[in-house]
Write a protein that binds this ligand. Structure first.
Ligand code: FAD
Ligand code: UQ1
Length: 445
């Protein structure tokens, strides 16, 4: 202190405080905060962000595209189902983000903490701001494990697992291996979800695994879903209901997991058709699909979202309903279709054509029909490949009845889809199977 001043105590304190404040500002980096700007900003470098980024980084040239993505690791999430069943490893599903983002784009490894669409800018956690001419929002959705009482602690105990997050997914197969007897319960939450088939795919895999390992007669398999049906599309719902009947799986509709007690090994479900009435079940195995929502940062920007908190875009063009320089893709949007990577691929085509038009001030002509797909893995060698549109009408690619369990579809899910994802989709070359559907159906339908 004496180094700084020889005057009164008050003056020396003020100088010292100012110095400390400057030091803090410098050490936290705020003095170095930057203002970036770009032609196209992409928020989120997951399935949607990477593929849009790949398209535009080459089209617009070096430095004109900025991608904001906080994670060092990129996961191929559709593989989580197979990891839970012991058919793939977590390493198989993961690549460094650096290796999947387009080289011509600028990667800012940070979180968006505030959207300010009126000023065409976003704020980052590290303090930087980014200004854009056009923005594509692709920040996925948020998993809310803590919205179920006791769940986060229960996930640390034997028997409670979830395929939904990379930190938990490897535990699923550990728990399947350890299962001896009792209730094996699988849940579907009372919220929008990504991959609406995933909560039950792992159940069919577990059922097959117990059969393969001679424990099926010891397992009481139960599917407790918040939905009023087993699956939203009638054709596939019929096939799945029949499968559950044949395999002795009990389905409880409109039952929502609200509490897990790992000490008692009990799970509590609310009956959504009779509020205030509950079903408590013992479990030996509990696979939880957690409640999900739009990311909080998006929900907080009221101008961007609808009443559900998801990005409010036109279901036809993917353009934001209020801001004509903002598009959305994937799980963070309010597109009324099932949230999947397959849907993202199909949306990519519409988004590309319409963003090109917006950049040239032309009318938007491309229309997304709601195509989505869910490979419903039903065991270690079978899969029902559901494909459908906004109306729940099947939009099947192959000229066979896809409502049946098939080995070919399983092989495609296990071996072809990952290659297609890493090598084509993330590089912007896969815009869904529409072209194959047209070719395959020539002369058939
Ligand atoms: P994501 O790929 O999740 O990417 C969102 C990105 O945004 C992330 O990288 C995240 O780090 C980033 N982000 C988040 N917050 C911020 C922020 N504040 N600032 C900046 N960046 C942020 N789909 C299929 O097609 N077939 C399947 O068989 C299938 N099975 C699945 C099984 C499971 C268990 C799961 C979990 C998913 C499955 N899916 C499947 C769904 C598919 O993975 C998603 O629908 C798809 O990844 C959505 O892409 P997205 O770009 O919208 O979101
Ligand atoms: C698909 O396009 C896709 O994206 C790459 C998936 O995974 C993320 C899928 O699981 C499926 C089924 C499709 C649809 C593709 C075909 C060939 C039917």
């Amino acid at each position: 202190m004496t180094m700084w001043c020889k005057g009164s105590k008050l003056a020396s304190t003020t100088v010292q405080e100012n110095f400390l404040r400057e030091l803090k500002r410098f050490s936290t980096g705020s003095v170095l905060n930057k203002k970036h700007s770009c032609k196209l900003l992409i928020v989120g470098g997951g399935s949607g962000g990477c593929s849009v980024g790949a398209k535009y980084a080459s089209k617009l040239g070096k430095g004109n595209v900025i991608i904001i993505e906080p994670s060092e690791k990129h996961y191929y999430q559709p593989m989580f189902t197979l990891i839970g069943g012991g058919m793939k490893t977590l390493e198989n599903s993961c690549r460094p983000t650096k290796s999947v983002l387009p080289k011509n784009a600028v990667w800012l490894k940070d979180y968006v903490v505030k959207f300010d669409p009126a000023k065409n800018q976003v704020m980052l956690k590290g303090g930087d701001t980014v200004e854009y001419e056009f923005m594509v929002t692709a920040i996925g959705l948020q998993l809310n494990f803590n919205a179920v009482e006791g769940l986060v602690d229960a996930l640390k105990t034997p028997g409670v697992c979830s395929n939904y997050a990379p930190e938990y997914v490897t535990k699923t197969f550990e728990d399947l291996k350890k299962f001896k007897e009792g209730n094996a319960i699988f849940t579907f939450p009372n919220t929008p979800v990504k991959c609406a088939g995933a909560p039950q795919k792992i159940m069919y895999i577990a059922e097959h695994y117990f059969r393969k390992t001679g424990r099926r007669d010891k397992a009481n398999i139960i599917y407790n879903t918040s939905l009023p049906v087993i699956f939203g599309v009638k054709k596939y719902a019929c096939a799945l209901n029949q499968l559950c009947d044949e395999r002795g799986i009990k389905v409880n509709l409109r039952h929502n997991l609200i509490k897990v007690d790992p000490a008692k090994k009990e799970a509590v479900f609310e009956n959504l058709d009779s509020p205030g009435s509950y079903m408590t079940l013992d479990y030996s195995l509990l696979h939880v699909s957690p409640p999900m929502s739009a990311p909080k940062v998006l929900q907080d920007c009221k101008e961007l979202v609808d009443s559900t908190g998801f990005l409010d875009v036109s279901k036809d063009t993917l353009l934001h309903k209020k801001f004509d320089n903002i598009f959305g893709i994937g799980d963070c949007t309010n597109l009324p279709t099932s949230k999947t990577g397959a849907a993202v691929a199909s949306q990519l085509r519409t988004l590309r054509l319409n963003l090109d038009s917006r950049m040239k001030n032309e009318e938007l002509t491309a229309k997304y029909l709601g195509y989505t797909s869910c490979p419903l893995v039903t065991g270690y060698n079978s899969c029902i490949l559901a494909e459908f549109d906004y109306n729940g009408a099947p939009m099947e690619t192959f000229p066979v009845d896809q409502g049946k369990e098939r080995l070919s579809m399983f092989m495609m899910k296990k071996y072809i889809m990952p290659e297609l994802y890493w090598n084509l989709m993330l590089r912007g070359y896969w815009e869904g199977p529409a072209i194959f559907r047209k070719i395959m159906h020539l002369g058939f339908r």
